[in-house]
Write a protein of this length. Structure first.
Length: 493
């Protein structure tokens, strides 16, 4: 690890006061804390406050009290604090990236990219705050007018995952705050220090007390239940598993909260034989092993047209074998650890099942334990060929460094197969045929299609899915609408 960079302990010099409520850092009422572990080494890197219902109630009260004044602020004022937060985040990028690598495991280069991405949401929504346009509608009566206003929904509850521990926070807090909402955020129990460091940015950028509140806990249900049952909370924004998201959305219905959900995925990647198999294999290796495969847009089914499948597999296998696994602070590391033991077991189970049903294991296939890697949760990047519908991996999200390749013959066949999933988040296609690119991107039933593009995301673009992948969009011009209610004003002259 480089020595001239602030350590996580120094950066998150909150002691164990990682709750940020009404503009103040607080410990849990009971003083309870929980350990935060580096998934690459098993080392405890810090502690976070373990909040429960009482602290959550206070955070909701703070957000609720702060809301009317924040809603009345001009969009320009709201933009100012978001812009300041962006600038501070960029200034602290190196420290934030190191903290992220220690707490979440991704290689430093990927952590730097995520900090940049996280900051992008702050800058984007600082601008979007100024573009919350209403509408006037011609009335059918001459002595009458219709005006449409967009107004902030109120107090927002945000729940975020560990895999992108900073950008998932700014992707929710920035549009909420830009719209004139206030927010209570509960981060994942695996990454509370990243969350605290992001909230330190908000504090230092001048967010008024109560506008953005942070409640860390290792008991998500306790905090979640309060957030969901409280009628003052008018909106739930959640990123996480389909399983949990479904339960939370059901619960949110009792108080009729607005809901946006960014859930699991099972992305198809389609490589047609008119594409360059080498270029496609390089692309696949880049996107598949990003964050060790722990991304909801990670390709889970890689369909390759039969004529080029062997060449594609050769290149993919070579590149996969060359990936260096290790703690993300080490130079040249291309793949970090998984987040925990259960993740290792899931990947192994999918591989064993697939191989047992006839898949070919071309590289990887096991946990890595040499050279001290046994202290962390490292899994060898893996390529499986001859995957078919009988295998668990064909339907179940992997969330690990496992590329499953399936041969196909025709365009119609592969579109039908790609769409044959309950999920509908990301999809990808490689082709050099323009007509085919248009046909296939229109036929895929997903919220996102990358055409010869392995990174079809950005703060300025709407991100989200269909079906079991969720509801609503984050980022883009659409992102702020999730935090706005439409009000019709009829005026009789
Ligand atoms: P993952 O499998 O990626 O960890 P989860 O859906 O379990 O996904 O977690 C995503 C977020 O949801 C985390 O912040 C987690 O603490 C939170 N969470 C999990 N269960 C609940 C719950 N019952 N109530 C509220 N939040 C929850």
């Amino acid at each position: 690890m480089s020595t001239d960079v602030t350590t996580p302990g120094e950066l998150t010099s909150f002691g164990v006061a990682t709750l940020f409520i009404d503009g103040k850092w607080e410990a849990a009422d009971t003083g309870a804390t929980f350990d935060v572990t580096d998934p690459a080494t098993g080392t405890i890197i810090g502690q976070a406050s373990d909040a429960g219902g009482a602290e959550t109630d206070r955070a909701i009260a703070a957000a609720s009290d702060a809301w009317p004044a924040w809603a009345r602020e001009t969009a320009y004022r709201r933009a100012e604090v978001l812009r300041a937060a962006h600038d501070l985040m960029v200034e602290r990028a190196e420290d934030l990236a190191h903290l992220m690598t220690s707490e979440q495991g991704k290689p430093l280069r990927a952590a730097r990219n995520e900090v940049r991405y996280a900051a992008d949401f702050l800058a984007w929504f600082a601008e979007e705050a100024k573009r919350v346009y209403g509408q006037t509608i011609p009335s059918n009566r001459s002595s009458h007018r219709f005006t449409v206003l967009k107004q902030p929904v109120g107090v927002v509850a945000g729940i975020t995952p560990w895999n992108y521990p900073m950008s998932m926070i700014t992707r929710k807090v920035a549009p909420a705050v830009a719209a004139g909402c206030t927010i209570v955020l509960k981060p994942a129990e695996q990454t509370p220090l990243c969350a605290a460091a992001v909230f330190k940015v908000f504090e230092d950028a001048g967010f008024p007390p109560g506008v953005a509140n942070l409640v860390t806990t290792q008991r998500p249900e306790q905090v979640g239940d309060r957030l969901l049952d409280d009628a003052r909370v008018r909106k739930l924004t959640f990123t996480g598993s389909t399983e949990v998201g479904t339960v939370l959305a059901g619960r949110a219905a009792a108080t009729m909260k607005r809901v946006s959900l960014e859930l699991g995925g099972h992305a198809p990647m389609i490589v047609f034989d008119d594409a360059d198999p080498e270029h496609a294999a390089k692309g696949v290796s880049l996107v598949k092993f990003l964050n060790a495969g722990q991304a909801c847009i990670s390709p889970n089914r890689i369909y390759v047209q039969r004529g080029i499948v062997e060449r594609f597999l050769e290149v993919l296998t070579d590149r996969t074998a060359a990936l260096e696994a290790g703690p993300g602070h080490q130079a040249n590391v291309g793949i970090g650890p998984l987040i925990d033991q259960a993740s290792l077991e899931k990947v192994q189970r999918q591989i064993d099942d697939a191989v047992g049903r006839g898949a070919r294991l071309l590289v990887g296939g096991r946990r890595l334990t040499d050279n001290g890697l046994d202290r962390g949760y490292f899994f060898a990047p893996t390529v499986l060929a001859d995957v078919d519908e009988s295998m668990v991996i064909y339907r179940e999200e992997t969330f690990g460094p496992l590329a499953a390749v399936i041969a196909f013959d025709t365009e119609d066949e592969v579109i039908a197969k790609a769409n044959d999933t309950q999920y509908g988040l990301a999809s990808y296609v490689y082709t050099r045929d323009l007509g085919r690119a248009v046909r296939v991107s229109e036929a895929l039933r997903f919220g996102i299609v990358g055409v010869n593009d392995i990174n079809p995301t950005g703060a300025q673009a709407p991100f989200g899915g269909r079906g079991s992948s969720g509801l609503g969009r984050e980022g883009g011009a659409e992102g702020i609408d999730e935090y706005l209610d439409v009000k019709l004003v009829g005026l009789a002259l």
